[in-house]
Design a protein. Structure first.
Length: 391
């Protein structure tokens, strides 16, 4: 009987979530756009999420702190997204990981209210390098860096979560999950050791597709860490940890990973995090080691990549902040400009970069108002926007 009750509960959770994401744009709640930070302060220091409204030119302003009732990890993996945003017909939610507490916090964006913290297994921990998050509107996935486990939560009405279980995926060279992206029933992960893998998540708990493999860049010390997926689920895009700017593309139209194609698109150091523009013409790449951002041209039909443009070093690099990560855009159309990136350091903040793309050329120009300081963080690595990109 207990097993039947569990099945019924899971079925109801799935039904609620499907209903939440099934409606059209007209039925989505009208809510103020926000830029959202996971302030991720070190253990023993209570922290929260900061919500910035956006000026007419896209500049974040009016920071408002929502306390999360837990503690962070104070940093960690660059490609681990600590902010996962959900927009449905009924709810607007921000899910934020609390690495030091081992929990995931849920925030009702419309009310700017903390819904509570949701625990996974008692052995799941992310205190060393944080907890990465990804959601498909039905399930939320949490990669715990310390316990090397991947937890699955059902997303419930009102931005609540119900923990379903976890497993322990591992890379070909003993790496743990660094970056994740989910599209429908396919979850793609990077292990930071040169290997990648995909999972079927139709039933919630990830089941390996049996495609664990070394990326093409593995043989030349280019290790995928960040990952994104195209709108139609045809391609997975990987950003490499490398001495230059390299990305790798895998055709996943069969429902599993294929051998990646590697592209060199610039000389700036490292390409840890990637984000595809809303119109899928540009791949935004954070050059963590250089304090720069690169945009590579992308053909969503063929999956081919070509060099685009690279910014100058962003203001304050190596003096006020030292690491760059988590590229996201304000808008859900065109290039999405402006582009935002998280700056990690004593003066953690948000870089604001204007993007132009015309006639096969592009430019990336930091605005005069950039960076915008996050008054509540010295450990900023992850940001998100509401409304989120629609794929």
């Amino acid at each position: 009987m207990k097993f039947l009750r569990s099945l019924l509960f899971l079925a109801l959770c799935t039904h609620w979530a499907v209903m939440a994401v099934a409606g059209g744009p007209a039925s989505k709640p009208s809510i103020t756009p926000y830029l959202i930070t996971n302030d991720d302060l070190p253990p023993k220091i209570a922290f929260g999420a900061t919500f910035f409204t956006l000026a007419s030119d896209g500049t974040p302003q009016n920071p408002y702190k929502v306390n999360l009732g837990g503690v962070g990890a104070g940093g960690g993996y660059f490609a681990a997204n600590r902010v996962s945003v959900l927009q449905s017909t009924t709810d607007a939610c921000a899910f934020l990981s609390l690495g030091g507490s081992g929990d995931v916090g849920g925030v009702d964006i419309q009310a700017l209210q903390d819904i509570g913290n949701f625990a996974a297994s008692s052995t799941d921990s992310g205190i060393d390098n944080g907890i990465g998050l990804a959601n498909n509107g039905i399930y939320l996935y949490a990669a715990f860096s310390t316990s090397n486990t991947l937890g699955t939560f059902a997303i419930l009405p009102g931005c609540s979560l119900n923990f379903l279980g976890d497993n322990s995926p591992i890379g070909k060279h003993s790496g743990n999950v660094k970056g994740m992206a989910v599209h429908g029933n396919l979850l793609v992960v990077t292990y930071g050791d040169g290997s990648i893998e995909s999972f079927n998540v139709a039933a919630g708990i990830p089941v390996s597709n049996g495609d664990l493999q070394n990326a093409t860049g593995y043989n030349t010390d280019r290790y995928p860490t960040g990952v994104d997926i195209t709108e139609d689920g045809h391609y997975a895009i990987f950003g490499d940890q490398s001495t230059s700017t390299t990305v790798e593309i895998s055709d996943i139209s069969s429902g599993k990973l294929t051998k990646t194609v590697l592209y060199n698109v610039g000389g700036a150091q490292n390409s840890n995090s990637v984000f595809l523009s809303p119109d899928q013409t540009l791949i935004y790449i954070s050059n963590t080691g250089s304090g720069k951002v690169t945009a590579a041209f992308f053909n969503a039909t063929t999956g081919k990549v070509s060099p685009g443009c690279t910014s100058a070093a962003l203001k304050g690099f190596d003096t006020n902040w030292v690491f760059l990560s988590s590229p996201v855009t304000e808008l859900n159309t065109g290039t999405g400009s402006p582009l935002y990136l998280a700056e990690f350091g004593a003066f953690s903040g948000i870089a604001v970069v204007d993007v132009t793309h015309n006639g096969g050329k592009c430019t990336l120009t930091e605005t005069s108002a950039s960076p915008v300081i996050d008054p509540n963080s010295t450990s900023l690595l992850s940001i998100g926007v509401y409304p989120p990109r629609q794929f």
